[in-house]
Design a protein around this ligand. Sequence first.
Ligand code: UFG
Length: 329
Amino acid sequence: MEILIVGGAGYIGSVTNYFLEKQGCKTTVFDNLSLGYKQAVGKTPLIVGDLENFHEIKNALSSKRFDAVMHFSAFSLVGESVNNPLKYYKNNVANTLNLIKAMIETETKNFIFSSTAAVFGNPTEIPITENHPINPINPYGWSKSFVEQILSDTFKENFKFVCLRYFNACGSTADGKIGEAHANETHLIPLILKTLLNQNAKPLKVFGNDYETQDGTCVRDYVHVLDLAEAHFLALEYLLKGGESEIFNLGNGKGFSVFEIIKAAEKVTGKKVPLEIAERRKGDPPVLIASSDKITKKLGWEPKFKTPESIIETAWKWHSENPNGYKEN
Ligand code: UFG
């Protein structure tokens, strides 16, 4: 199986590449290295190119016969998308159109797209199933839901897709070699671990302790990046066997509050997290928990990392062995 992994030098793309190679897939990474790292790609062939340039992606897709494309390359920070919506619509929507067009022109048939829980906005029902109304509350969520719509308008017999809506991706490969490395980190688990590793770090800010949740802090569905990678592999097999286009939610199905995640990190590391209670962060829904029943029933996917401790153990290995992220770009 020949797979093109667009955005395969970024966090989830690089872990999926690692996983697919272990399953015997032949992969090629296409990445502009704006947020990704060469080191995360390892020995996989890397095409440095930009989706903004139609010819670069069309040439990459013409270089061999790819059975499928996985598309991870997107901006994904909610706050940034509110401040700079055009950046998000340009990269996440317009550049994805180039990719879809190049796939159609090169008769590349199968597409696996990274979508997000942010398409649901403030949920009206928990757990969130695929039938929950789409109602994004920020440009990031809109950008992903636009692509979902474009895909459902575009798909035909010879162009099929699976959209995977990730909830809170976290963790690293078990060997601690590939993990989360963002120049401006905003995510909870890496920030907790970075706070513990840096003696001069400021206390971790807990964004709000007055939500209507069990302990007042936001509840999220933390899903291990290797479990996400496996879902991509299963989606790939499904499409290659002739499965119809589908959309799946992808989470652990359990919610953990910010305080529970901090406690789990303290248990794993044996260190106390210095923290302070801060204002609520704009745009944070109080609770996001996925129902992954559909992907479990249809593709047989089951998360292997079910507890926050098991997830944080891998993340701790990555962060403590690579406190400054990757050594080279
Ligand atoms: N949080 C803190 N302090 C921090 C960082 C985060 O209290 O320093 C809290 C947030 O307020 C939130 C929770 O920890 O309640 C998780 O926050 P993250 O930033 O780790 O993740 P988000 O839930 O905001 O975002 C994730 C993905 C997005 C996706 C979203 C779907 O990163 O791409 O889930 O809602 F859009």
